[in-house]
Design a protein around this ligand. Structure first.
Ligand SMILES: Nc1nc2c(ncn2[C@@H]2O[C@H](COP(=O)(O)OP(=O)(O)OP(=O)(O)O)[C@@H](O)[C@H]2O)c(=O)[nH]1
Ligand SMILES: [Mg+2]
Length: 170
């Protein structure tokens, strides 16, 4: 029997961008390590969820958005097949999001930018699209499961399938 395709996708984004929400929406049985903070909760370690789409078993890892957790992001990123940079479309693009974008570009990992909190669907605002060069930019609300699954399916479909022994040493 052919081995199942497994892919590790890591979700990056600034504090409060909606990474944990996205993973909870996609996988209601996902696991989250969070702490209370002003106005809600914040990830202090990671999120982990799974979903099977078009025969691919996707393992989704959410990272902490607070800058001081860089060490955790580095550990979680190891061996990723692809990444998502989640951006809160309701605020101007901040310095930390730009830093994450540069780091992912430098790592040469396949990634997409997903603009979140877009309950009203529409075109990607030109000012935001311009921030991310030629990287694909998509629009979702992390509260909408169908939108999240569609975005993930389209992205996962572009990722190369690893064969046994391929290196994932990033
Ligand atoms: N309206 C709306 N609110 C959202 C959406 N996605 C997330 N939120 C809210 O945004 C807040 C932050 O969401 P989280 O999922 O905790 O954000 P995070 O990126 O995991 O945050 P950190 O772990 O602290 O970096 C919560 O109050 C969510 O309910 C969305 O698509 N629409
Ligand atoms: Mg979180």
């Amino acid at each position: 029997m052919p081995e199942a395709i497994k892919q590790k996708i890591v979700i990056f984004g600034a504090f409060g961008a909606g990474k944990t929400t996205l993973i909870k929406t996609i996988d209601p049985e996902s696991t989250h390590i969070e702490a209370n903070c002003a106005g809600g909760t914040t990830t202090v370690a990671l999120d982990f969820g799974r979903v099977e789409l078009d025969g691919r078993h996707l393992h989704l890892y959410g990272t902490p958005g607070q800058e001081r957790f860089e060490f955790a992001r580095e550990i979680i990123a190891k061996g990723m097949d692809g990444a998502v940079l989640l951006v809160d479309a309701g605020s101007p693009v901040d310095e930390f999001t730009r830093h994450l974008y540069s780091s992912l570009t430098a790592a040469k990992v396949p990634f997409v930018v997903i603009l979140n909190k877009c309950e009203a669907e529409g075109p990607v605002p030109a000012g935001i699209a311009a921030e991310f060069g030629t990287t694909p930019v998509w629009i979702v609300s992390a509260l909408d499961r169908k939108q999240c699954l569609d975005a993930l399916r389209r992205f996962a479909g572009t990722l190369p399938v690893r064969t046994n022994g391929s290196s994932r040493s990033r």
